[in-house]
Design a protein around this ligand. Structure first.
Ligand code: SF4
Length: 331
């Protein structure tokens, strides 16, 4: 029995992960797993909410995400890694919580409107999609999570989770703790075009991509527009390459030299990018080797998911007993 505080987080299996996922979540997860009882869910029901018309890639994407997680260092010995639909209680708690969640809370949810706008090529006017924050609340509350690691942009969802927990508790008694926000330290990771790194913008550096592919992308990556010619002086703070340097380059002296070299036009952007590649390779080479090795062992991957789901189910069953009992249902 692991009596450390419980933490839940998940990712939608909608494609391979990129350096932005590493900087914004995974590196933090690797640290958290040493301190907390962590439940990391590959939330396939959430993927189905947007990809219901064509689920052909969902299964494959679940394995891609799993490989990315494991390669970066998320450890199945230290945390429970599982697929959401393998723990049926996620569906049960979603139904129970949907009984008490007012429609207005969902209609007002800022990310609902944003997602509808962002994914205009998909018809998201479904019953399930409106309710996805309820499923998300269920994912968290199912483990009576003490905390949830989130980026600033997701904190509204967590607030809704707390409201749902409060409302449930006010009707039926204290079942759910209100989860704390564990704000992930912000690490800016721009894509190759300078916008936020995102698969849908086609500007991402993927964890699974080899260094040759990454160099092809970094070579043409946007820099400070003031540096049109080699002799033009630049400002690192206006350059997306610099943000990537700050994350991957741990050599403070080299960073200071590059900074100065950019300001004085002492170095060119190609030199600066080549230096970056040395640091990218240093961090990413072992990750890619691990990923390639793991990909050859599909039975081990299944085993990891089965063991993770079994551990998650043990907690989930206990929570659902409490939910049924609080709601006065015969179970
Ligand atoms: Fe960016 Fe480096 Fe070029 Fe400066 S020298 S603009 S930091 S790529």
């Amino acid at each position: 029995m692991d009596d450390r505080k419980r933490i839940f987080s998940g990712m939608r299996p909608t494609g391979r992960l990129h350096y932005g996922h590493m900087a914004g979540a995974l590196i933090n997860w690797v640290k958290l797993q040493n301190e907390y009882n962590c439940f990391w869910g590959i939330v396939d029901w959430h993927a189905m909410m947007s990809d219901y018309a064509d689920p052909s890639k969902v299964k494959e994407n679940c394995y891609e995400i799993l490989l990315d997680w494991l390669a970066v260092g998320v450890d199945p010995e230290k945390s429970s890694i599982f697929i959401q639909s393998h723990v049926k209680q996620h569906a049960e708690i979603h139904l129970a919580l949907s009984m008490i969640t007012p429609l207005g809370w969902l209609q007002r949810c800022p990310t609902y409107k944003e997602q509808i706008l962002n994914l205009q090529n998909k018809d998201l006017s479904t019953y399930a999609f409106l309710g996805y924050p309820v499923l998300m609340a269920g994912d968290i509350l199912l483990y009576k999570s003490w905390g949830v690691p989130v980026g600033e942009d997701q904190s509204a969802h967590l607030e809704l989770t707390r409201e749902v927990a409060r409302r449930f508790n006010s009707f039926y008694g204290d079942v759910f703790p209100e989860p704390e926000t564990l704000l992930t330290p912000a690490a800016k990771m721009p894509g190759t075009d300078g916008r936020k790194m995102s698969k849908s913008y086609g500007n991402s550096l993927q964890i699974a991509e080899d260094m040759e592919t990454i160099w092809g992308k970094v070579r043409t990556m946007k820099t400070d527009p003031a540096r049109e010619r080699r002799t033009d002086k630049g400002t690192p703070e206006k350059c997306p390459v610099w943000d990537v340097h700050k994350f991957f380059n741990r050599d403070a002296q080299e960073l200071a030299e590059l900074h100065e070299g950019c300001l004085s036009a002492g170095i060119g952007c190609v030199d600066c990018k080549k230096k970056l590649m040395v640091h990218l390779a240093e961090m990413m080479d072992p990750i890619q080797k691990r990923r390639a090795e793991l990909a050859k062992r599909p039975d081990d991957l299944k085993q990891i998911l089965e063991a993770g789901a079994a551990r998650a189910r043990r907690v989930a069953e206990g929570t659902m007993e409490d939910v049924y009992s609080a709601m006065n249902l015969i179970h």
